[in-house]
Design a protein. Structure first.
Length: 277
């Protein structure tokens, strides 16, 4: 399962994010990144993240996972050169989070995050991601709008577009804030010569709603005869539709929908909603 925060830490971040939205009167999507940077007296760095890391002598394979970095003294945000526009937006707000969350800002004034112990880095990154999600999806606004549309991936993709967010972040938000049991599976797709009918899919990670007890083994694979693999093979050449099917964990059968956007494969599972009385 993707990393998660304790309820106490999550509540503290949520409080700061909603206070930030209220303080700057941010009520409608999409979230104004430029306003957020200006509010924290930040600017985009004149050099790329790669160059910024080189200048401070930072090295190591773990740095390949970093997409953005806050320079507290220079009050600037450096971004990786090849980031997609959604990645740039997320990276900017993520670094804004480090400057807004008081327990982050105080610590980073004395020590860059890449020099902190791995456990502390991980906690701070999870908190900054939570803040970013709260801001980009305007607190509870996205969740309330998602409740008003039919269950499924397509309506969430349409909301993602309205919020200027990536499909991945919107689907995660939908599941993480959903009061009903549901789960999002994100699969690794085969590439190159292996992307044929004999290829298998492996589970990259999964996210579940607070009321869901579903669990899966990261790295588990499904072969070409599995319903998700069949959906992938059908969707590879279209990337414009979602296939609805059923998926069972051996005990319960769930309604599911699989969507492929040319580089990621998503499966959303949920229990059918009871018919209105």
């Amino acid at each position: 399962m993707a990393g998660s925060l304790s309820s106490e830490a999550r509540d503290a971040v949520r409080k700061e994010a909603r206070a930030f939205l209220a303080r700057h009167k941010i009520l409608l999507p999409p979230f104004p990144v430029d306003l957020a940077l200006k509010a924290q007296q930040l600017r985009l760095a004149e050099v790329s993240l790669e160059e910024a890391l080189r200048r401070i002598g930072a090295d190591g394979p773990e740095l390949d996972k970093i997409d953005a970095m806050l320079d507290v003294t220079a009050k600037s945000v450096a971004l990786r050169e090849d980031l997609h526009r959604h990645g740039k937006k997320w990276g900017c707000v993520h670094e804004v989070a480090h400057s807004v969350l008081p327990w982050h800002a105080d610590l980073l004034y004395y020590c860059p995050i890449i020099l902190l112990p791995a456990r502390v880095q991980r906690q701070m990154e999870l908190e900054a991601d939570a803040f970013t999600s709260d801001c980009l999806f305007l607190g509870s606004r996205f969740t309330e709008e998602a409740k008003a549309v039919p269950v499924g991936i397509r309506p969430i993709i349409q909301l993602a577009d309205a919020y200027g967010a990536s499909i991945t972040s919107a689907l995660r938000r939908y599941v993480e804030e959903n009061p009903d049991p549901c789960c999002l599976l994100v699969w690794k797709c085969p590439e190159g010569p292996e992307a044929d009918e004999n290829a298998t899919l492996s589970l990259h990670y999964f996210v579940r709603s607070p009321s869901s007890g579903l669990t899966f083994r990261i790295g588990q694979t499904v072969g070409k005869d599995h319903v998700v693999a069949q959906a992938y093979l059908e969707l590879r050449d279209t990337a414009t539709a979602a296939i609805q099917h059923e998926l069972s964990n051996g005990r319960t059968t769930y309604t599911a929908e699989t969507f492929f956007n040319s580089y990621s494969l998503f499966t959303l599972l949920w229990s059918p909603r009871p018919a209105p009385s």
